[in-house]
Design a protein around this ligand. Structure first.
Ligand code: T3D
Length: 265
């Protein structure tokens, strides 16, 4: 996987890739290049068998401050019609790449996470927040509707009432409150965010990766299904899981009272 990006740091460690948005001077606000590089690295991670878990993080004191508003400002000032749907299509490609990633994706959130950057985190499978996190669905503050899948993911994570309040009032939610309402999975002291995230990522990277992909398919597709259809899908996916080497290995390890070693297939 390429590592020579300007706005994304790429670190590979024991089956984990950590992709760090790297524009700390502007709180990792997402400009055209950062979006392009993040999309390229996420898509590359999906196809790299050596990578079995992906972490998204932000450099400096924030996870990310949303869309780079200087780009919007320049477009407004130039009188050009800013083709927001063209720009959004690029964000949508990233959101779908995260959601369809055939391995777990974790967001490690410290400091501010607002606007489109928060919604990128909401597309991930697991979110770990630091106790200094400030999560804000900040679109309404600049007269926009939540995009990047926020209208889909937010009510599914926290319920419609809370999602509506977050979108309309656009107030900061602390890391502790985010954990309480299910917006993040876990809130930890800032000093432990990196250690906790890496430990979780490594644990997942040593797990049954192919089965994880099937679990993601079951969970995400079932959100749109009735029970009958979900049970049908579950049957197909369980046949696939039953046929994996990792399933056999885990059963054999249990029967022989040893620790299983998963190869991810
Ligand atoms: O295409 C699409 O449709 C996508 C659309 C997406 C829309 C969104 O993402 S909506 C959300 C957009 N983001 C914002 O509205 C956040 C704007 N930033 C802020 O309100 C504040 O910066 C924060 C509350 C995030 C943090 O405040 P604070 O006091 O901790 O830091 P600061 O001093 O304001 O920011 C530090 C620097 O980052 C500063 O630059 P400077 O003055 O030191 O040169 C600031 O201008 C810069 N910065 C922060 N956010 C952005 C930004 N620069 C460009 N774009 C930003 N979004």
């Amino acid at each position: 996987m390429r590592t020579d990006f300007k706005n994304v740091l790429v670190e590979q460690d024991e089956g984990v890739v950590i992709l760090t948005m790297n524009r700390p001077d502007v709180l990792n606000a997402i400009n055209t290049l950062l979006l392009q590089e993040l999309t390229e690295t996420v898509e590359a991670a999906a196809h790299d068998d050596a990578i079995r878990c992906v972490v998204l993080a932000g450099a400096g004191r924030a996870f990310g401050a949303g869309q780079d508003l200087t780009e919007f400002g320049s477009a407004h000032a130039s009188g050009e019609t800013h083709l927001v749907s063209e720009q959004l299509a690029k964000y949508h490609r990233l959101i779908l790449a995260i959601r369809q990633m055939p391995k777990p994706v974790i967001a490690a959130i410290q400091g501010v996470a607002t606007g489109i950057t928060l919604n990128i985190a909401l597309a991930c499978d697991i979110r770990i927040a630091a106790d200094n996190a400030r999560l804000r669905e900040g679109f309404a503050l600049i007269g926009l509707v939540p995009d990047g899948g926020g209208g889909y993911t937010l009510p599914r994570l926290v319920g419609l009432g809370r999602a509506m309040e977050m979108a309309l009032l656009a107030e900061d939610i602390s890391g502790a409150e985010a954990e309480r309402i299910g917006l993040v999975n876990r809130c930890v002291p800032l000093s432990e965010l990196d250690k906790t995230t890496r430990a979780l990522a490594k644990r997942l990277a040593h797990g049954p990766t192919w089965t994880y992909q099937l679990i993601k398919e079951l969970m995400y597709k079932s959100l749109e299904m009735d029970l009958q259809t979900s049970l049908h899908l579950e049957g197909h996916l369980q046949e696939a899981a039953y046929a994996t080497a990792d399933h056999r290995e885990a059963v054999d390890a249990f029967l022989h009272k040893r620790t299983a070693t998963f190869i991810g297939k």
